[in-house]
Design a protein around this ligand. Structure first.
Ligand SMILES: *[C@@H]1O[C@H](CO)[C@@H](O)[C@H](O)[C@H]1NC(C)=O
Ligand SMILES: *[C@@H]1O[C@H](CO)[C@@H](O)[C@H](O)[C@H]1NC(C)=O
Ligand SMILES: *[C@@H]1O[C@H](CO)[C@@H](O)[C@H](O)[C@H]1NC(C)=O
Ligand SMILES: *[C@@H]1O[C@H](CO)[C@@H](O)[C@H](O)[C@H]1NC(C)=O
Length: 336
């Protein structure tokens, strides 16, 4: 009897103690609980959003999580011979480039270009664009043109954060050889980027970069680079993202991040601003220094003819090769 009374007292104390702990925790530990709650709901949201992109990145990339990314919109897939058709022709006529399309991800910013991509049985991803209309031809430096480029920068940062290395290519770039055979395999180089004109030094910051073709490895430095780049979106005074990146570079942001950059020689990664000096080794031809889609298409068509002609030449004969003049594009620069 005495023992039972004792047990009861002990149990009562225990009960009061537990009650006290419960009340205490539900008030003062509230922040801890709500933090945990938001953490789980964030994780949940993220897995919801990541699924499709993760899937398409996994199926497109090579074993070493490397892929090629190009962006298209309606204006680039329409017409008899669209820019996108020419882009694909490059891979077809190129030397050792056909198999690369297995690792090419087409990122579409509207439904028309997405359907075109699916029809061609390529790897396709539809970019969410928050109701902005990215369908028409973006006149150079129009507001929508700039918005589209920033959306692309955000997307590419996301790809890096998911652990994928990539080559980004504009669709007005023809691929005639496999760039992986020319790009540096050295893993300490974070960014390899094309130039409008090459100053003869792969490390010189005076090279005028062109974001129409570059390879970037996924690591902390490059993720930080894309973040700093995107962070300038709303205070870059209507500059295009390429100029913002150039500014980050000259302002020493690259140096602060410890980013190692290499500039690509136009002998390999060429364009209309500066032709390749040697068709025997040229890898890409970009319709840069040009301000309309139709002019680009006209002049790129001529480049494909040049390339076919060059393939017929052998050995020493290539030294007599000359690229045709990029007349249509040159004319678009005159009326500014
Ligand atoms: C990934 O593998 C391909 C094919 O072997 C190679 O050419 C490329 O350089 C590799 N990419 C990276 C980032 O190492
Ligand atoms: C990569 O580049 C670094 C710095 O230039 C150099 O020290 C290293 O030896 C290179 N690695 C390879 C595999 O070439
Ligand atoms: C990158 O940063 C994360 C978090 O700051 C760190 O855990 C990771 O080790 C870093 N990775 C490299 C390769 O520096
Ligand atoms: C190319 O080489 C061949 C011999 O291999 C020679 O007969 C021909 O003259 C050379 N052509 C030019 C343009 O140098």
């Amino acid at each position: 009897m005495k023992n039972r009374a004792f047990d009861f007292t002990v149990l009562s104390f225990l009960f009061i103690g537990l009650l006290f702990i419960f009340i205490y925790s539900s008030s003062s530990l509230q922040p801890l609980f709500s933090f945990r709650k938001s953490l789980t709901s964030n994780t949940f949201n993220m897995t919801m959003q990541t699924d499709e992109l993760d899937e398409v990145l996994a199926e497109t990339s090579m074993k070493n999580k490397t892929l090629i990314i190009a962006m298209v919109n309606k204006a680039y897939v329409e017409g008899d011979k669209s820019m996108f058709d020419l882009f694909m022709d490059g891979f077809w006529y190129g030397d050792g480039t056909q198999a690369l399309i297995d690792h090419l991800l087409i990122v579409a910013s509207d439904q028309v270009s997405y359907r075109r991509c699916k029809f061609l049985r390529l790897h396709c991803y539809k970019l969410e664009t928050d109701g902005v209309d990215f369908e028409g031809e973006r006149l150079y430096l129009s507001d929508d043109f700039i918005k589209m480029m920033w959306r692309r920068t955000l997307f590419l940062g996301d790809v890096l954060k998911r652990g994928y290395n990539f080559i980004f290519t504009d669709t007005d770039v023809l691929w005639f050889r496999n760039p992986f055979t020319v790009l540096s395999p050295n893993e300490t180089i974070d960014l390899q980027i094309s130039t409008d004109s090459f100053k003869g030094d792969e490390l010189a910051k005076s090279n005028h970069i062109n974001t129409g073709f570059y390879m970037v490895r996924s690591n902390n430095r490059t993720i930080a680079m894309l973040d700093s780049w995107y962070a300038r979106k709303d205070n870059s005074g209507g500059k295009k993202e390429q100029d913002v990146l150039a500014m980050l570079m000259t302002n020493g942001v690259f140096r602060r991040l410890g980013l190692r950059v290499s500039f690509l020689d136009t002998i390999y990664f060429s364009g209309f601003c500066e032709n390749s000096r040697d068709v025997g080794v040229v890898v890409t031809v970009h319709a840069n220094c040009c301000r309309s889609i139709s002019a680009k298409a006209t002049d790129l068509m001529a480049v494909i003819h040049d390339w076919k002609r060059a393939k017929g030449l052998s050995g020493n004969e290539t030294s007599t090769f000359r690229w045709s003049e990029h007349v249509a594009c040159r004319n678009t620069l005159k009326n500014i």
